[in-house]
Design a protein around this ligand. Structure first.
Ligand code: SF4
Length: 259
C-alpha cells in the first residue's frame, strides 16, 4: 500500500517537473525573441485557434510587442528588413495586401530604382515592378546597361499595395519611410533613379510637377551619405502617354553619362 502511494507521488512529481521544465524553456525562448518573432507566433496561435473553433473568425487584433532592448543596426540586413516588411502593420495598407513587395536586386548596386508602390501583379507576386510597367522598366534599364540581376536594386516608397492602385497617402509614406531609409543605408547605391512623380515628391519633399523635377540631378542625404538622384516619368505613365517617352529617354541618357 505504501509503495503504491510512493509510486503515485513520484508520477505526480515527474509530471510537475516536466511542466516546470517546459515553462522554463518557453520563457527563455520568449525572452530571446524579437518583437517580430512574438508577433508571428501570436498570429499563428490566432490562426490555430480559429481552425479549432470550426473557422469562427475573431476580430483582428493589434499586437503591441516591443523589443526589450533596441537591436544594433549593425545586425541589419536586407533579408531582415524584408522579413519585417512582410509582417508589418505600421499603416492600414497591410489590411488589403496579399504580399508586401520589399524590393529585389543586387547588394551595393550601381543604381537603386525607387517607384511609388506595388500594383496588382506586384501584390500577387510580392516583387516590385513585375507587371506591364515593370517589363517596360526592365527594357528602359537594359537600354543603358542596367538590370536588377546584375547592377540594380528595385524598391518602392511604400511596400504594400494601396487599394485600387490609388496614390499612397502621406501618412502611409511616412509610416513606411524607415524601411526605405534602412535599405538605402545598407545598399549604398552610387545613384538613385526615381520613377514617377509621387515617389519623387516624397523623396524630395516637394509638391513640384514631374515637368519641373526631371532632367537634373539632386543630391539626397541618407545615413551620412550624399547620393545623386534623378527622377523621371513612371513606366505606367509612358504606357498611357507617348509624349513622356522622349523626356524619359533624355533622363536615362543623362544618368548613363555619369557612369
Ligand atoms: S506599406 Fe509599409 S508601413 Fe504600411 S503596412 Fe506595408 S510595410 Fe508597413
Amino acid at each position: 500500500m505504501i509503495s503504491k502511494h510512493c509510486r503515485l507521488q513520484k508520477a505526480q512529481f515527474g509530471k510537475l517537473a516536466f511542466f516546470y521544465l517546459l515553462f522554463v524553456i518557453f520563457y527563455l525562448l520568449f525572452t530571446l525573441m524579437t518583437a517580430i518573432d512574438k508577433q508571428k507566433i501570436a498570429i499563428l496561435l490566432d490562426i490555430a485557434s480559429e481552425r479549432l473553433s470550426s473557422g469562427y473568425h475573431t476580430a483582428e487584433k493589434e499586437y503591441l510587442f516591443t523589443d526589450d532592448e533596441p537591436k544594433e543596426r549593425t545586425a541589419d540586413t536586407i533579408e531582415q528588413i524584408a522579413q519585417e516588411i512582410k509582417v508589418c502593420r505600421n499603416c492600414p495598407l497591410w489590411e488589403k495586401r496579399t504580399n508586401a513587395a520589399p524590393g529585389e536586386g543586387v547588394l551595393q548596386p550601381l543604381v537603386l530604382v525607387i517607384g511609388e508602390g506595388p500594383g496588382e501583379d506586384e501584390d500577387r507576386q510580392g516583387r516590385p515592378f513585375v507587371g506591364r510597367a515593370g517589363q517596360l522598366l526592365d527594357k528602359m534599364l537594359d537600354s543603358i546597361g542596367l538590370s536588377r540581376k546584375t547592377n540594380c536594386f528595385i524598391a518602392n516608397v511604400v511596400k504594400c499595395r494601396p487599394p485600387f492602385n490609388r496614390n499612397p497617402y502621406p501618412e502611409e509614406t511616412a509610416a513606411c519611410a524607415n524601411y526605405l531609409e534602412r535599405q538605402i543605408a545598407l545598399l549604398k547605391p552610387k545613384f538613385i533613379l526615381v520613377m514617377g512623380v509621387i515617389a519623387a515628391q516624397s523623396l524630395l519633399q516637394t509638391t513640384d510637377s514631374m515637368k519641373k523635377i526631371h532632367g537634373k540631378f539632386t543630391e539626397i542625404s541618407v545615413g551620412g551619405m550624399r547620393i545623386p538622384l534623378i527622377a523621371t516619368y513612371h513606366p505606367a505613365a509612358l504606357l498611357r502617354n507617348e509624349e513622356y517617352k522622349r523626356p524619359a529617354w533624355e533622363d536615362l541618357k543623362l544618368l548613363h553619362s555619369k557612369f
